[in-house]
Design a binder for this molecule. Sequence first.
Ligand code: COA
Length: 173
Amino acid sequence: MSLAIYPGSFDPPTLGHLDIIRRAALIFDEVKVCVMKNGAKSGAMFTPEECVCLIGKITERFNNVTVSAFDGLLADYIEDFEKPVIIRGLRAITDFDYEFQMALVNKKLNSKLETMFMVADTRYTYLSSSVVRALARSGGKLSCLVPAEILDAICREARGGVKPESLSQHQAK
Ligand code: COA
């Protein structure tokens, strides 16, 4: 069984993330999406548990994709798995330095950790979760940036409204 682990902060998940998940699910027998903390980021919109629910909603149709959250190092998370491959999306050359450094540090921490990069679809190279958060908070149009299933949850959260019940009730796969 080939296993891909797709880590990220996914706050919120975008069409760019979904594209990487969809393509990885065609290549690997199993894809585990893992919501993790990026200590360098502030101004979160959703908690990791809420991001798990959002990803659960947009990946329901894939029967080889599961999602969970892990509060710790990626190098520790992969310990439980045999031959896992870490998947990361590369949008532009500007992503490369950061991703290259992260892959090398992770390899140093755990030598069985292999990172593979997938080139982001050209439709999403300009896209990022921070762009989505900023646009959502200013009332901008999000329909071409995030999956339809989670549009409402993002807009409500940006307006400071009550989270939809389904967001807290969704069972992580
Ligand atoms: N299309 C469009 N946008 C994409 C994309 C794609 N295919 N792939 C990534 N992005 C965007 C994301 O929206 C995000 O935007 P943002 O910076 O505005 O939030 C950005 O690119 C990268 O985010 P994401 O893929 O969600 O990951 P991240 O860089 O926030 O996550 C972790 C990094 C969580 C994987 C890393 O910090 C980690 O491993 N943390 C655990 C602790 C650890 O092990 N630390 C040691 C690391 S060396």
